[in-house]
Design a protein around this ligand. Structure first.
Ligand code: ZN
Length: 371
């Protein structure tokens, strides 16, 4: 009997499990692990989609692993990277760092507002959304046009996004239980040593197990990305892109937790959602381990050799990205008094959930990202 195609597998999943909402499916294809050092007995199927409500990026089944490449989440990475790249090349006294921070904060606020709206529509999230889009439309929308039209900036963004997509994909592949035992045995003692040294009485057995599992996949993904990109990037750029990606991922997950917390504090105190302290602990430790791993990784003849130089270059605004995005108080604080006041006024007229849903969709710029 012929085994089903990846499209047939997806069709079958959608028919039998309607709760698996993939939004708009753009592409389905098989990922061939034999091209990499990954050994897997499972089929790996990549689904490219655009789904604002989907947070999970993989589903494991008995015979296959589904990796979901959600352009909605990748758009967040793309927006942050575009803004950082634009500012790096256009920095003048008229374009100070505050403008960059304001732009990052607006992207974070919009993301948080959309997540809060997906829980339930509220005055708080509608106001946050209206405030964020005013800022984005007038301050950062043109950035995408400039980055898209200047070839060196566009290339930098493209390579960074390819790195981002690869990192997320290899992280999920790394969760497959039959991936490379040699690698696991090699890296496990170091991960365990890090976890054992955590002196935090709130950090329990469950946290430990989760952190260990995620770190193993993260390191697997970093190593695979190093191998994939070392032929086109210098060590400096490759390490910088890796650090940026870890920071953006940490911030993205902190934003989910922070928006659920903001929802609980401002809208419904009975809302369960994620536990912000535990989420923050997890991501703080994860980031700390991975940043050290990246810094300490030695590229040489025994491991991997990077290009001596590249034309892509590092993202110099990297520290700003993390500091601003991780400053989660900002998601509820006004960006500017003016934008906040206008948002309050507009919200009075746009408080029907249906109208607001349409408005949110109209402000969405769908950038379909693929590698
Ligand atoms: Zn994971």
């Amino acid at each position: 009997m012929l085994s089903p195609t990846s499209r047939e597998i997806l069709d079958n999943l959608q028919a039998t499990r309607p709760y698996l909402d993939f939004g708009q499916v753009i592409d389905v294809k098989e990922f061939d692990p034999s091209a990499t050092s990954i050994g897997s007995s499972k089929r790996i199927i990549l689904v490219s989609c655009y789904s604002p409500r989907r947070r999970i990026v993989s589903e494991e089944y008995r015979d296959f692993l589904l990796i979901i490449q959600n352009s909605y989440l990748l758009s967040f990475v793309s927006d942050i990277a575009s803004l950082a790249i634009y500012h790096q090349s256009h920095r003048t006294p008229e374009l100070p760092a505050e403008r960059l921070r304001g732009g990052f904060s607006a992207i974070a606020k919009k993301f948080a507002a959309e997540h809060m709206e997906s829980i339930a529509s509220s005055k708080v999230s509608r106001t946050m959304f209206l405030e964020a889009v005013q800022h984005i439309e007038s301050n950062t929308r043109y950035v995408h046009d400039v980055v898209g039209s200047e070839s060196n900036l566009n290339e930098k963004l493209t390579v960074f996004l390819r790195y981002a997509i690869s990192f997320i994909r290899f992280h999920e592949v790394g969760h497959l239980s039959d991936v490379d035992h040699v690698f696991r045995n090699m890296i496990l003692p170091d991960v365990n040593q890090f976890i054992d040294a955590i002196a935090d009485h709130e950090f329990d057995k469950y946290d430990e197990t989760t952190l260990r599992r995620e770190l193993l996949s993260d390191v697997f993904s970093l190593n695979t990305c190093f191998a994939k990109f070392c032929s086109i990037l210098s060590e400096e750029t490759l390490k910088n892109f890796s650090e940026c990606m870890i920071d953006i991922l940490t911030a993205l997950n902190a934003l989910y937790a922070a928006s659920e917390d903001a929802y609980r504090l401002n809208v419904d105190e009975a809302f369960q959602g994620s536990e912000i302290a535990a989420e923050f602990r997890h991501w703080r430790y994860r980031r700390e381990y991975l940043q050290n791993y990246i810094t300490g990784f030695v590229f040489d003849d025994g491991t991997l050799r990077c290009r001596a130089e590249d034309d892509i270059g590092v993202l110099t605004e990297h520290p700003e990205i993390f500091q601003t995005l991780f400053n989660i108080n900002k998601i509820v604080d006004p960006l500017t008094d003016h934008e906040n006041r206008l948002a309050q006024i507009f919200e009075k007229y746009l408080n029907s959930e249906d109208v607001f849903t349409i408005l949110m969709q109209d402000f969405r710029v769908t950038r379909l990202l693929s590698d």
